[in-house]
Design a protein. Structure first.
Length: 565
């Protein structure tokens, strides 16, 4: 619900703080006083173009701020356009005298296009040159779906379509060109075979390098071994150390402190003997076999070549071979996988087509019902020759909302073909037609604030009273703002605002009680003090109050299903 509107330097309005209420808000005033500026201001905060001439003469800028109360469903819809609002949303727009403009949403500077997206969710304006939500095919489809009760079918269809598109994308990845698949398979087979033939072992490069180094320096190693054996003797002096150990053992009985020395000397003699045996075995194993050296050199070169091609280490080369073999196996089974995917795609398409057909059937039924309902309302709104049509055409295009194209068409005369309502310049006839459409879609149309300007153009008498009654009914499900010259509409107001020109400029006042009678008298006769006009004004207000009370206490008729199921 639009709660408050703040205007500064908007045309002839220097400043105005306007509070709106639930239900039917009617704005009245003499011609040229500035009533339509309120509608223009609402257009500004919903992303409409901002002409520089809108700024009051002598002012540097004009500004509009709106405070909107949000119901949970509306707040949830706003989150889909990245507006994280709670129970209240503040919108603002400033227009400088040179035409530059800035926009804010809840204190955050945003592009004007964001205000337009927010406006499509919050406020629908029907006025001269104004765009409106029901002019957009997406909104028309959403409203028709709500009337047709397609929520369950649409959810199932959307989920199925997502699965279908995901599988199609996966199939495109698998279904490579046959020659490309063959070339990839040949390369992978070569790589896997080359690595597997090498029969690499983890850590092999280090082992080969160590053995090759030992064999390549065999002569030097043998010379060192001979030198060590010559210096240490054949037994590594272990015999003499053993003799020294035996000589020292008897002394232990004479001096207990010699015991540790005897023990250590025995250990050294044993260790010296073991070391010399190991050195002798090492020396005997030194073999400078040229054939073995050449074989190791070739192995080292082969391992290095594989590492340059497939990985920094032997382990990475082994992993590369395993990956190539796995991908080769995958390619070899691609044909089988494609057949499985094609079968699944066929099943998904069949199921999706069935759901799309169900959507089309329900929507077509709802389109016929809505056409008849609106057609029944138009004569009472002084549009006896007007034509309203809802087209629902099944197409071959798959979209997230089905395969249907919905269009609302209107013509003020059955002598002319109906045109898309989004292309028709807004005016009194179209505004009244939209009252009928929105009334018929009252439970399905989810834009909470409806604004009508010029809905009373060219009508009066009984037709004006019928328009007023329908606006009152519409205000039971939506907040409705109407700029009107008709006393019948003003009489049905839940909140009556009057735009007046005074010595301090234009003001917007809340009128109630006797002030309403005075304002409606002016609208009836152009005379605020006319006794007859005041009596007539009082009669209209009493009639509106009585009908409103009757409407509120009456048990609503059960809503009929739009389509047979």
């Amino acid at each position: 619900m639009l709660r408050e509107l703040y205007l500064r330097n908007i045309g002839v309005i220097a400043a105005a703080n306007i509070a709106f209420g639930p239900g039917l808000n009617v704005i009245t005033g003499e011609t040229g006083v500035g009533k339509t500026l309120l509608v223009t201001s609402l257009g500004l905060i919903t992303g409409a173009r901002a002409p520089a001439r809108l700024v009051a003469p002598g002012a540097e800028e004009a500004s509009v701020e709106a405070v909107v109360e949000l119901a949970p469903p509306t707040a949830e819809r706003l989150r889909t356009i990245d507006v994280d609002a709670g129970e209240e949303l503040i919108l603002a727009r400033r227009v400088s005298a040179d035409g530059r403009t800035k926009a804010w949403a809840d204190g955050r500077l945003v592009p004007v296009s964001v205000l337009a997206e927010i406006g499509e969710v919050l406020i629908e304006v029907h006025g001269q040159g104004a765009g409106f939500a029901l002019g957009h095919p997406s909104t028309q489809l959403r409203a028709l779906d709500a009337l047709a009760g397609t929520k369950d079918v649409l959810a199932a269809y959307s989920e199925l379509l997502q699965s279908l598109r995901a599988l199609q994308a996966e199939r495109s990845t698998v279904a490579l060109d046959a020659s490309a698949r063959e070339r990839e398979a040949e390369l992978l087979a070569f790589q896997a075979d080359e690595i597997e033939r090498a029969a690499l072992q983890p850590g092999e490069d280090d082992a080969v390098a160590g053995e090759l180094s030992r064999l390549e320096h065999a002569e030097r190693l043998a010379a060192v071994a001979d030198r060590v054996l010559d210096l240490a003797g054949t037994d590594g002096a272990s015999g003499r150390l053993a003799e020294a150990h035996h000589a020292l053992e008897p002394v232990v009985a004479l001096d207990a402190g010699v015991g540790p020395l005897v023990e250590r000397l025995g250990e050294i003699a044993t260790l010296a003997s073991d070391v010399m045996w190991d050195i002798r075995a090492w020396a005997e194993a030194i073999d400078g076999d040229p054939d073995r050296v050449e074989a190791l050199r070739q192995r080292k070169a082969s391992v290095a070549a594989l590492r340059r091609k497939y990985g920094a280490t032997v382990e990475e080369v082994i992993d590369a071979g395993a990956a190539a073999r796995a991908r080769l196996d995958e390619l070899s089974t691609a044909g089988d996988r494609l057949e499985e995917m094609d079968a699944e795609l066929a099943r998904l398409r069949t199921d999706a087509e069935a759901l799309a057909a169900e959507l089309s059937s329900r929507r077509a039924g709802a389109a016929r019902v809505l056409t008849d309902m609106v057609g029944g309302e138009l004569p009472a709104l002084a549009l006896p020759g007007a034509v309203f049509e809802v087209e629902c055409t099944a197409t071959e295009e798959w979209t997230a909302t089905g395969r249907d194209r919905v269009a609302f068409r209107f013509s003020e005369s059955n002598d002319r073909p109906a045109d898309l309502i989004g292309k028709i310049a807004s005016g009194g006839e179209l505004s009244r037609a939209m009252i009928a459409v929105t009334l018929c879609l009252a439970q399905a149309h989810d834009v909470p604030v409806l604004v009508f300007d010029e809905a009373d153009q060219g009508i009066g008498g009984e037709a004006a009273l019928e328009v007023a009654r329908r606006l009152g009914r519409l205000a039971r499900t939506h907040q409705v703002l109407v700029v009107s010259h008709l006393p019948q509409i003003a009489a049905f107001a839940d909140r009556h605002l009057a735009v007046r020109r005074g010595p301090d400029g234009v003001a917007v006042d809340l009128v109630r009680h006797d002030d309403r009678i005075t304002e409606i008298s002016r609208m009836l006769a152009g005379l605020e003090s006319s006794k007859r006009a005041r009596a007539h004004a009082r009669e209209l207000i009493e009639l509106a109050d009585a009908e409103r009370t009757t409407d509120q206490t009456a048990t609503p008729a059960p809503r009929r299903s739009a389509v047979g199921r």
